[in-house]
Design a protein around this ligand. Sequence first.
Ligand code: NAP
Ligand code: ZN
Ligand code: ZN
Length: 350
Amino acid sequence: MPQIVAYAAQSATSPLARFEIPRREPGPHDVEIDILYCGVCHSDLHMARGEWEFAVFPVVPGHEIVGRVTRVGKDVRGFKEGDVAAVGCLVDSCRSCSNCQKGLEQYCAKGWVGTYGSADPKMPGHQTYGGYSKRIVVDDRFVLRVSPKANLAATAPLLCAGITTYSPLRHWKVGNGMKVGVVGLGGLGHMGVKLSHAFGAETVLFTTSANKIEDGKRLGADDVVISKDEAQMQKHAGSFDFILNTVAAPHNLDAFTALLRTNGTMCLVGAPATPHPSPSIWNLLFQRRAIAGSLIGGLPETQEMLDFCSERGIVSDIEMIPMSKINEAYDRMHKGDVKYRFVIDMASLA
Ligand code: NAP
Ligand code: ZN
Ligand code: ZN
């Protein structure tokens, strides 16, 4: 099997470093992609530092992948050599359960195959290895189309940060006449603000960082609230239809459920390493409020999101880094110092 260059963490305490991984030869339905850009998601950091119980090592993170097709299998119809193509968080699923048949592969009843850190059904004995690498081979059903005219580096983060915010905003029918909160201005949060604004909702950003107020407004927020300031929070009590919470760390959820109106929902997409303090049941009972969760998005909805963003010219605000700066980028992301997504220029991985 061909070996290719990648960057991996060998354990929860070792920094990411150069590592060789095998990639399968393309089968009849496979698309081989030369990776141009890969976004850096906080989930990559959670996994590489062993913060989630299912972390496996060595891990080659990266699930915001944009690249160019180099080879396709004989039964591939939708892609050809030279096309721009993208891969997100999933590379396979059972394809037969009722969720897969509805295009909700992220909720596959038998368990999906993640782009990294899943047992690889096509290479027994190996884990799947992600986008911090030169090349990837993926079944065509899990490959997405990107306009070649797009800013490809700034499109990469749509593959996770974009779909993870698009899917719940669509599911809860966010749009004109609704007041929507987005909590946390990081990779997910800045896409949440852009998309909620694009859907026509009155959008309020909640941040812990006073230095992100101007950016929040520039990205599309009608108002920005410093969530540590109780007086500012109090002004919005009982007024939100929907809140999308992207924070990567445990925090007091009651401060936000109190801002929901009757029947309002706060959807959690942040996945902290340790639990949030238990939320107040009273906040939920008294106004029939809900706390929900949402996981990335299925393949059809991910393509819909890419097409929507392409039509509207929506991309991520990025800071490009060479592969060698990944450990520094993780340290900055850990401190909330990201504006607003790191993207690795894979040409730097010689
Ligand atoms: P990120 O870029 O690091 O942004 C997280 C933001 O949360 C920070 O910028 C910060 O915004 C806010 N925050 C407040 N207190 C924090 C603290 N103590 N530690 C860290 N952040 C804090 O992360 P991301 O890539 O957007 O990911 C956010 C979370 O979503 C992660 O847990 C990630 O694993 C998870 N995730 C879930 C899914 C899913 O399918 N549900 C998909 C992708 C990622 P302010 O400075 O504005 O307060
Ligand atoms: Zn992600
Ligand atoms: Zn399934």
